[in-house]
Design a protein around this ligand. Structure first.
Ligand code: 2BA
Length: 148
């Protein structure tokens, strides 16, 4: 792969890699932790996006965050799950990107984050970009290079 091809890969837009919002498991700010736990278990994912009622990205909720929040001194207090809302426990410091940003930025964020939330210009959630889709694209580039 020459320098120009590498530059082209890194400047590529990321639109085609996005998993659309309709296929992404998510919860809303005011959902109970009990509901969030059910969505996480049913979807099979360890962390999912949190949105507000206008579909704007607010953070992420994970199995670990939920379990930590109901950890008592000697046991996990499952009976407290329905008393708390997602907003109290979620991580609001999450990376986000717009479709027009470059692949290089997505690659950088994927070092520390398994997925990145994508938003439109109004801040509304449009989907996620996963580490898997980023790595798959990099792999395809190198594999094709090897055979040319
Ligand atoms: P995790 O849930 O920790 O999943 C890590 C990796 O395990 C995923 O990597 C995927 O390769 C595999 N995996 C886990 N659960 C799966 C399932 N139910 N079906 C198929 N594969 C599964 P990535 O695909 O790169 O996803 C990275 C992270 O993005 C996931 O971390 C999850 O937090 C989030 N994610 C991915 N797809 C999602 C979706 N449709 N809805 C909500 N969150 C999603």
């Amino acid at each position: 792969m020459n320098d120009q091809q590498i530059r082209q890969l890194l400047q590529n837009e990321i639109k085609d890699l996005i998993i659309p919002a309709s296929q992404v498991a998510h919860v809303q700010l005011n959902h109970s932790l009990e509901h969030a736990l059910l969505v996480l278990i049913k979807s099979g994912y360890s962390a999912i996006p949190v949105l507000d009622s206008e579909y704007k990205i607010c953070g992420q909720i994970s199995l670990t965050l939920i379990l930590e929040s109901i950890l008592g001194i000697e046991r996990i207090e499952y009976e407290n799950l329905h008393e708390h809302q997602v907003a109290e426990v979620m991580n609001s410091k999450i990376p986000r990107m717009k479709e027009s940003e470059t692949f290089l930025r997505a690659l950088e964020l994927s070092i520390n984050h398994p997925f990145v939330c994508m938003e439109d210009d109004a801040g509304r959630f449009v989907g996620i970009l996963t580490r898997k889709s980023i790595l798959a694209l990099v792999y395809r580039y190198f594999r094709n290079k090897k055979t040319t």
